[in-house]
Design a protein around this ligand. Sequence first.
Ligand code: FRU
Length: 469
Amino acid sequence: MSEASLLKQALRAVMSGQARASADMHRPAWHLAPPVGLLNDPNGFIQHDGRYHLFYQWNPLACAHGAKFWGHWSSADLVHWRHEPVALVPTEAYESHGCYSGSAVSDHGTLTLVYTGNVKYPDGTRTAFQCLARENERGEFDKSGPVLPLPDGYSGHVRDPKVWQHNGLWYMVLGAQDINLHGKVLLLRSADLTRWEVVGEIAGSGLNGLGDFGYMWECPDLFSLGETDVLICCPQGLAAQSERYLNTFQAGYFTGRLDHQTGAFPHGEFTELDLGFEFYAPQTTLSDDGRRLLFGWMGIPDGDEFYQPTVQQGWIHTMTCPRELTLHDGKIYQQPARELQQLRGEEQRWQGMADEAPHWNVSQAELLIQTSTPFSAELGGVLTLQWDGERLALSRRNLRSGELEHRYWRGELRELRLLCDHSSVEIFINQGAAVMSSRYFPTQPAHIRLMGQESMALCHWPLSDCVIE
Ligand code: FRU
């Protein structure tokens, strides 16, 4: 379809669906969500000329995966956002089945997108092109087409370029599947963003001491935190363990030290970035003030997603809140971006036995729970959190099967910070040593009920809306 027809279809979808989507009781008030249709990965996250830009995988035409567009928001402060012109529409032969995920760089001052043109053939095979598009004076993006076809030795699954500059050269990591169906991350190098040379595989199933570690790795991101290099990636095909890898697909990281020359990246173990039910395809950027910021997708492409009730209201999925990353003792800590404190209303404090705690409204709220002794909490009657002194368990009923499902964290609990937004909660454990992000769908505005005979200290803030213009 031509760009004009696709945009006409998208406009109609927004015009006919937006009122209904915004009136949905499960609609977030301060998280980013699609006006209508399906949102997945954060793309092109960057601070450029002082403004943050966040693009997103978007199907405006249906609550389904398909030929993705790139939607685009921008913000001066990560709290007040504005819609920008739709950045990419899948119109060309080299992106016939979607403008898939990618990143943004500032190339001689021009905001430049590097993304995957996804192509499927009628016989079921596929290919992928890595493509460029540059911002013009109207804030739209002019495509310059593919800069890299499928490298030799890989299946059609090669995608999600994340690009950065190092010592005057451009580097790219790509998620890939090799012809033996092992998931890999490729490193490439370029002087000008248009001619790329493959440096090698820096990590993957069967590499660097990893055994079988999945058939495809998506959405890699590579950056340093101090002296340590961090590789984020999303392996597909890890077997579930009793308390790990419980989602259909994982998002996690390795730490090590990358040799940009040779592509050698000796690294440690894989650690999941988030232990909740919904978290995938995170992407980071470096802010002007030196913080490593992350947005994730609060969703998983597992098919069960379509049992979420918002589908009936014509929209599905949200981003996580923006988070700041730091490294302590070799582990990534995530904290809500400090800018989010602007959303806080009047603070209320309480101390006493859990059973007697106020049943605060948490539909749009931040709640700090300080305790190390056992307690449980119920949110909106549909999500429970239980701390037994050794293990924290987050539980809910599966929307498809109705079965109880659980996610876990183990450690020494000191505090939990819950960021709640109508149908989501992000639980930051011990100042970000671990996070659990999950969607949940209460039938009334959610209140929290705390239970237990031990004492705890609480702090509650209502959160205001995050304006999107
Ligand atoms: C991850 C992903 C990416 C791909 C995009 C398509 O969720 O599958 O690998 O580029 O979504 O929307």
